[in-house]
Design a protein around this ligand. Structure first.
Ligand SMILES: [Zn+2]
Length: 333
């Protein structure tokens, strides 16, 4: 079993100068695709579950799928991460379930929609850090808000992260990783044209990293929305409007400036949907779910493996011995 904390994964990534993809899991085919890609590329990996995923699957089903990843792929260091916890209670329930890392997103109130104030964010994040670190579990916080809505989560407004506030936030909360808002959005419709420095503030990452060189930065909403995946959907009857995501070379620039965790969800969704549509269009007589879920799984695996190569995590699965959470607990203490 190689379930590890996010902290160890990201510390190792910082030492090695690479980033790690965090991929969302909602069902068996997704986790199989992610883990097969990790094995194929020998990558450490972060698998994460949103609140939406936890309610879709029921916690127990989802947790045991994630647990199986640790059992079946013992050579791969895996962090099980709660994505966008909306309250300390959500994070605590994830830790009780066995997650090795949680995100307390106090940038929004507990409704997951209303932007909060700074003091609220510090208070709820600090509360989660105290609970989590006492158990060896790592914590990601967020400052600033992203555009878009993901699984009903998001204000729809963009507030870029303020570097001065970021320093104060990290000092007062003690978080392991900081999600920064630099102009990206959740979902498929991020940009209406290829993003330039006006809409994607990569220089802000450089500034925050300069001030917080020891804090791991996280890019949310970082699917690249490649045209071939969109075309594959539209070719078989889909209707995805023209859209642009975050170019991989921008992510790679972020990785050179302290970005260690990169959240990718939409690209997997696009891959699944295109593959399923193709089977439905070409073989309308098919009704065995395996006939379309198998190519969907393969399409997801291909995207994940490509990102693992591009983020630089490929080849790093066996660099270090996974630290159990009780060891992390001692280190935090
Ligand atoms: Zn996010």
């Amino acid at each position: 079993m190689a379930l590890v904390s996010l902290r160890q994964l990201l510390d190792e990534a910082a030492a090695g100068g690479y980033g790690i993809g965090a991929f969302n899991v909602n069902n068996m085919e997704q986790i199989q695709a992610i883990m097969e890609a990790a094995r194929e590329t020998e990558s450490p990996v972060i698998v994460q579950a949103s609140r939406g995923a936890r309610s879709y699957t029921n916690d127990r089903f989802l947790f045991h799928l994630m647990q199986a990843a640790g059992e079946l792929y013992p050579e791969i260091p895996v962090a099980l991460h709660q994505d966008h916890g909306d309250s300390p209670a959500t994070c605590i329930s994830a830790i009780e379930l066995g997650f090795t890392s949680v995100m307390m997103d106090g940038s929004l109130l507990a409704d997951g929609k209303t932007p909060s104030d700074f003091e609220y964010n510090v208070a709820v994040t600090r509360e989660v850090v105290e609970y989590a670190h006492a158990r060896g579990v790592s914590v990601e916080g967020e400052l600033g808000t992203l555009g878009g809505i993901e699984d009903g989560h998001g204000s729809g407004q963009v507030h870029l992260t303020d570097p001065d506030q970021a320093v104060e936030f990290v000092e007062r909360t003690g978080i392991d990783a900081l999600a920064v808002a630099i102009g990206t959005s959740h979902g498929a419709y991020k940009f209406t044209k290829p993003p330039t420095g006006d809409v994607l503030a990569m220089d802000l990452i450089e500034e925050i990293h300069r001030r917080l060189p020891d804090t791991h930065l996280v890019m949310h909403g970082s699917s690249s929305v490649p045209k071939p995946l969109v075309d594959a959907i539209n070719e078989y009857g889909g209707e995805i409007r023209p859209t642009w995501g975050v170019p991989v070379k921008e992510i790679q620039q972020g990785i050179r400036h302290g970005v260690r965790k990169i959240n990718v969800d939409t690209d997997l969704r696009l891959a699944i949907t295109g593959a399923i549509r193709k089977v439905f269009a070409e073989s309308p007589g098919e009704f065995d779910p395996r006939s379309y879920l198998k190519p969907a799984r393969a399409a997801m695996q291909a995207v994940v493996a490509e990102r693992m190569q591009q983020f630089g995590q490929a080849g790093h699965a066996r660099d270090y011995e996974p630290k159990p959470l009780d060891e992390m607990q001692r280190l935090y203490a």
